[in-house]
Design a protein around this ligand. Structure first.
Ligand SMILES: CCCCCCCCCC/C=C\CCCCCCCCCC(=O)SCCNC(=O)CCNC(=O)[C@H](O)C(C)(C)COP(=O)(O)OP(=O)(O)OC[C@H]1O[C@@H](n2cnc3c(N)ncnc32)[C@H](O)[C@@H]1OP(=O)(O)O
Ligand SMILES: Cc1cc2nc3c(=O)[nH]c(=O)nc-3n(C[C@H](O)[C@H](O)[C@H](O)COP(=O)(O)OP(=O)(O)OC[C@H]3O[C@@H](n4cnc5c(N)ncnc54)[C@H](O)[C@@H]3O)c2cc1C
Length: 602
């Protein structure tokens, strides 16, 4: 119900309070991040911690880190990540902003040469940030060395006004009434703004006092390292958002009743309808699947970071492919699922008080930010094509592509599934997913060799990423899982996750010969049985997410199920209900009604 200005100020207030508590309670960086989650409104702090600080950590020298991170940790400065421009987003190499070295003053001149080079979108840039890591083309000795990161002060630390040569503002309202409108995504034009040479982030490359460009011995892809880090955190965000939506839809489905009453008896809970289960339970399974793969991805990222510190860059391509692919698949599935959860809740799901419209609006842009999902899947495809060609030349693949080493078997194997029960076997499931992913990648590599096209491989990338998610779910079930019967429930959800993908992508499985039509139909039969088995525990499985009513923010998803009185109470809070006769009655309704009445009496 807040206006844009009120919403923005409310976010500033909450973020400031969280910061105060962080200091008072001496929270670690990880704990502070968790606390920030409960602000639950996008705001400048997200960019400060999730992008500004990691960019300096990953791309700054030790000296630069000491100087800037000390200030950033104490919130003496607030930073953002200014990469995207009005005319350029996905194609980072196409950015136009320039950083031209001037040896006479030992400074870089930061400039926006065109309208399309205006920085556009960075969160917190519009009204809040005092500093930014700005990405620009480095030009020295008359040569363009491509994109590099620079730390720039944007606003005065005394009165917050923009520094000379910097034009800065908010880019305007966004999708939905609340959602991302709490964030001041910004626009910035630079008019020959000078910054000291040592504000170029110099871990990857340096410019000497004389203006000579020197590249370090680290791969230039580390320039994109911040994006790898954030994509990994976005997978965890997606699983959280999806579990919130599913929690609302499952709990409401157990309360809502329609049809089916016999002789005046109670109607049927909509959650008992098979159509409702087949639409909703795959999302329940996905919420668990994304959580487990998110935990694994966090481990992978930590592992890669440790290797990078000891100058082992070998796992960087895999980390890029995994983070890009999983960010893409999980955020797309989550946005689609939240939208479907609204429909699963019928008309009430469309009310803001259901919590679903806000959840959708705030998570939808995750399909775009931090790399458009299609563009990222094409990066995965590129990685797969390289791996296929390495396998062809005898190299043994490792990590998430290790299955490709089993090429002889996987290219010709036939699924062992013969009965409905066989689809309970994790090894049988894994094999068909591996065979499908490999066959699609190999087909794609063959097509590309005939008619090279960058866009080939999208589907193969999806198949590979789905295999990763299924595999990590199966591996999770091999761990010790506490709690009576918990493992059995998770096994059912794992089955639902995998088999619903077989159902959804049956065309791929059939056309690659991984599954026969009969096996596809057995998978559907198994799926129907699993839905029925999960039904009695569905509410417990969403209660297990352990969300408070306050955090869930939904009249439909209340823990106590007292949905109708909550909806009724929420309706009366609407500003339209502040008066019985609405504003505007005197000017617009009354004259009209009176006139029509007069006419009818003539
Ligand atoms: C705020 C959240 C709201 C939630 C609601 C409330 C809850 C609050 C809780 C908050 C909690 C957490 C908050 C999380 C907040 C997230 C906020 C995010 C805000 C968004 C920020 C942004 O969007 S920043 C801008 C992002 N931009 C992009 O991602 C651009 C995408 N484009 C690219 O990355 C590149 O252009 C490209 C990879 C597509 C192409 O690069 P290039 O032109 O160089 O070409 P190549 O394809 O030739 O690649 C060259 C080689 O480099 C390899 N590569 C590419 N990328 C990487 C990488 N990242 N790492 C390693 N290697 C990489 C590529 O594979 C090629 O290798 P070879 O094949 O070996 O040559
Ligand atoms: C809420 C939000 C917050 C953001 N925060 C920040 C921030 O803090 N800092 C920052 O720097 N940026 C930020 N961004 C910008 C974001 O990173 C870009 O929007 C994103 O990288 C996509 O780029 P684009 O908008 O240029 O889309 P485009 O690349 O123009 O995409 C348009 C369409 O073209 C398609 N397409 C593009 N290239 C290809 C290709 N090669 N093959 C096939 N299809 C293609 C895409 O799939 C898409 O459908 C934010 C964006 C949003 C929405």
């Amino acid at each position: 119900m807040l206006s844009r200005k009120e919403l923005f100020k409310d976010t500033l207030k909450k973020a400031a309070h969280a910061w105060k508590r962080t200091v008072e309670l001496h929270l670690t960086e990880e704990e502070a991040n968790l606390l920030r989650l409960y602000i639950d409104q996008p705001g400048y702090v997200d960019l400060h911690w999730v992008m500004f600080v990691p960019a300096i950590k990953g791309q700054g020298t030790e000296e630069q880190q000491k100087k800037w991170l000390t200030m950033a940790y104490k919130f003496q400065i607030i930073g953002t990540y200014a990469q995207t421009e009005l005319g350029h987003g996905s194609n980072v190499q196409g950015l136009e902003t320039t950083a031209t070295f001037d040896p006479s003053t030992d400074e870089f001149i930061m400039h926006s040469p065109t309208l399309t080079s205006s920085k556009w979108w960075p969160g917190g840039l519009g009204k809040t940030s005092t500093h930014a890591v700005v990405y620009a083309r480095l030009i020295t000795e008359g040569k363009d060395y491509g994109i590099h990161g620079f730390i720039m002060q944007l606003r005065s630390l005394d009165d917050h006004s923009p520094l000379p040569g910097i034009t800065i503002g908010d880019i305007g309202g966004k999708f939905g009434s609340g959602a991302y409108n709490s964030m001041d995504n910004g626009v910035m034009r630079l008019d020959h703004v000078r910054i000291p040479r040592d504000q170029m982030l110099m871990r990857l490359a340096q410019v000497t006092r004389e203006g000579k460009y020197v590249h370090s011995d680290v791969p230039k892809q580390l320039l994109y390292g911040t994006m790898v880090y954030v994509r990994q955190t976005i997978v965890a965000d997606a699983s959280r958002a999806l579990s919130r939506a599913v929690c609302i839809a499952v709990r409401y489905g157990a309360i809502r009743k329609q049809f089916g009453s016999k002789a005046g008896g109670p109607e049927t809970q909509v959650l008992n309808y098979k159509t409702q289960q087949s639409r909703l339970f795959p999302f329940l399974a996905s919420a668990y699947a994304f959580r487990f793969v998110g935990q694994w991805l966090k481990w992978l990222y930590t592992d890669v970071t440790q290797k990078l510190e000891s100058k082992d860059f070998s796992t960087l391509p895999e980390a890029h492919a995994c983070t890009a692919g999983l960010k893409s698949v999980t955020t797309s599935a989550t946005a689609d699922a939240i939208e479907e959860c609204q429909k699963l809740c019928g008309g009430h799901g469309y009310l803001n008080s259901s919590g679903l419209p806000e959840l959708f609006a705030v998570n939808l842009p995750a399909c775009t930010y931090e790399g458009d999902n299609v563009v990222l899947l094409l990066q995965v495809a590129r990685f797969l094509m390289k791996t296929v060609s390495q396998v062809a030349s005898g190299k043994q693949p490792v990590g998430t592509t290790a299955y490709m080493g089993n090429i002889q078997h996987l290219m010709q194997c036939k699924s062992v599934v013969n009965t409905v029960e066989d689809w309970l076997n994790p090894a049988a499931i894994k094999e068909v997913f591996e065979a499908r992913a490999l066959r699609m990648a190999v087909n794609c590599a063959q097509n590309i060799s005939k008619a090279p096209s960058q866009e080939e491989g999208f589907e193969a990338a999806v198949a590979h990423v789905q295999l990763i998610i299924v595999t990590k779910f199966i591996e999770k079930l091999q761990e010790d899982i506490l709690g009576h019967g918990v493992k059995e429930q998770l096994q059912k959800l794992c089955g639902i996750y995998a088999l619903h993908l077989i159902h959804k992508h049956l065309g791929d499985f059939l056309s690659t010969g991984c599954v026969t039509a009969r096996q596809g139909s057995l998978a559907n039969e198994r799926l129907g049985k699993l839905y029925a088995q999960v039904r009695p525990n569905a509410v417990a499985l969403v209660d297990a997410f352990d969300y408070t009513d306050h955090y869930l923010g939904s009249a439909l998803g209340r823990y106590d199920g007292d949905v109708y009185s909550a909806l009724y109470k929420e309706a009366w809070k609407d500003p339209l209900n502040e008066t019985v006769v609405p504003d505007g009655y005197q000017e617009h309704l009354r004259p009209l009604l009176k006139q029509q009445l007069k006419l009818s009496r003539l």
